[in-house]
Write a new protein. Structure first.
Length: 151
């Protein structure tokens, strides 16, 4: 069954969002580059709160639950010295992998589309870079440089 984007967004369940967020951050913490940023930003004892906050964030984005009351831009600005523009490619790659693994294609696409918009917005606000982040990019230096227009 094909969903319109808004229908697909509403079709995802709280349970799926929770599972997705938890699995995604397991991958983030295993990623050589991203784990360093997250480990510096979030003490180990605070991970349960961070995961709950991210579930609330995605519930608000996808289901309109209104549970998230944070300020994502300010949270990322506090760690600007640790974040590099190319990290958004890695972040989206892990998000895409997790969505594809756990969700039916229509729901995975809806979640990935929202994540792409978030990544572009953060990248622009943090670094003044506004561009599409290619889904097919890998974590290799060549594809990261190509995606960012660095030759």
């Amino acid at each position: 069954m094909a969903f319109e984007s808004n229908e697909a967004a509403k079709a995802v369940s709280e349970e799926q969002i929770t599972q997705l967020v938890h699995r995604f951050y397991e991958r983030v913490l295993q990623d050589k580059e991203l784990s360093t940023v997250f480990a510096a930003a979030i003490p180990a004892a605070k991970w349960p709160q961070h995961l709950a906050l991210m579930v609330d964030f995605w519930s608000s984005i996808m289901l309109g639950s209104g549970r998230y009351h944070g300020k994502p831009m300010q949270a990322h600005m506090r760690h600007l010295e640790s974040i590099q523009p190319e990290m958004f490619i890695s972040w989206l790659g892990l998000w895409s992998q997790t969505c594809t693994e756990l969700l039916v294609p229509e729901l995975a696409e809806a979640m990935l589309s929202k994540a792409e918009n978030i990544a572009k917005s953060l990248q622009f606000s943090l670094f003044g870079i506004y561009q599409d982040i290619p889904r097919s990019a890998t974590n290799s230096a060549a594809s990261v440089n190509l995606a960012l227009g660095i030759h």
